[in-house]
Design a protein around this ligand. Structure first.
Ligand code: RIB
Length: 311
């Protein structure tokens, strides 16, 4: 039976712009073609991933009462996401992210969170009515709401998975209850710890620092093309990345990685190495396509990729 995952997180419309390089201060650059409004948001990207990977994806989020909100809502329905807990705020517009994508595929994002800031603890509490097998959280919503959803899950014995993005140095991570997996990327790890997770030693120092603040069964630091560092409080390991078949757009690669890893972990009885490899395959496919939510692969695509790229 497919796992039911409650995702309490963000929804954005992405304004995706392509450029050879980002502009210098005072410089105006022309878009390099392909400007588009595309479905995004770290929460929504993960919700789409769960649906495409065969999970029962329940999304608790807040949209604005505007055209972007309407388009995103229809998109979620088309993707097979359970939208029973997608709420509409009448004061703030739908979240908007300007995604500046360089020709290398790297991106820089500026986010106006809009209606995401209006998600409430009551919204999250109501969503637990779906009786989920797991709770998945990101930090593009007010941190206090993420903490409150996590506490509700902990009180019900529901495992918690956190994609720790975006990060701010003063995030009170200590207030989160014990989790199954906590997963920041390199930039977020540096923001939380002040340590650059470079090389095994740098990663271990950062992991030890983070694990003093965060109670989790597995810490997974996503290192992009350098792989992922895993630590369970006793043992660590470096899981190599897959070589992406091409790099078009790195947007949402981390979201796809963490979501795919989470679902696989729930399905494989908690084998973290296998789950991380599956997540890494999802990330490698995602970077080979344009867009955010639209670039996330299906289960069949990941399995075919793993067959073409055996460990
Ligand atoms: O992680 C990628 C996402 O970050 C984009 O889709 C954008 O909406 C921002 O939230």
């Amino acid at each position: 039976m497919s796992k039911k995952i409650l995702l309490v997180g963000s929804a954005n419309m992405d304004l995706s712009m392509n450029m050879l390089r980002v502009p210098e201060p005072g410089e105006t650059l022309l878009d390099d073609g392909g400007v588009a409004y595309l479905p995004g948001g770290k929460g929504a990207n993960a919700a789409c991933a769960f649906a495409r990977l065969g999970g029962h994806s329940v999304f608790c989020t807040k949209l604005g009462a505007d055209l972007h909100g309407q388009k995103l809502y229809s998109y979620y329905k088309d993707q097979g996401i359970d939208t029973s807990y997608v709420k509409v705020d009448h004061e703030y517009p739908t979240g908007l992210a300007v995604v500046m994508k360089e020709s290398s595929g790297e991106n820089r994002i500026i986010l106006y969170p809009g209606a995401n800031t209006m998600l409430t603890a009551e919204n999250a509490q109501e969503a637990f009515g779906c009786a989920p097998d797991a709770l998945y959280l990101g930090f593009e919503i007010p941190f206090a709401i993420a903490v409150s959803a996590a506490r509700l899950a902990a009180a019900r014995g529901i495992p918690i998975f956190v994609d720790a993005a975006p990060a701010s140095e003063d995030q009170p991570l200590e207030s989160l209850p014990p989790m199954e997996i906590f997963s920041p990327n390199e930039t977020e790890t540096k923001a939380y710890t002040g340590i650059v997770p470079f090389g095994t030693e740098g990663c271990l120092r950062a992991a030890l620092n983070l694990c003093r603040r965060v109670k989790c069964k597995h810490l997974v630091i996503k290192l992009g093309s350098r792989g992922a560092f895993i630590y369970d409080g006793k043992h660590y390991d470096m899981i190599p990345a897959f070589r992406a078949e091409k790099v078009v757009d790195t947007t949402a690669a981390g979201d796809a990685f963490t979501a795919a890893m989470t679902l696989r972990y729930l399905e494989n009885g908690g084998d973290i190495k296998d789950a991380v490899r599956y997540g890494a395959a999802a990330g490698a496919i995602t970077v080979s396509r344009k867009g955010a939510a639209e670039s996330v692969p299906t289960k069949e695509e990941i399995l075919a990729f793993l067959e073409r790229n055996p460990v």
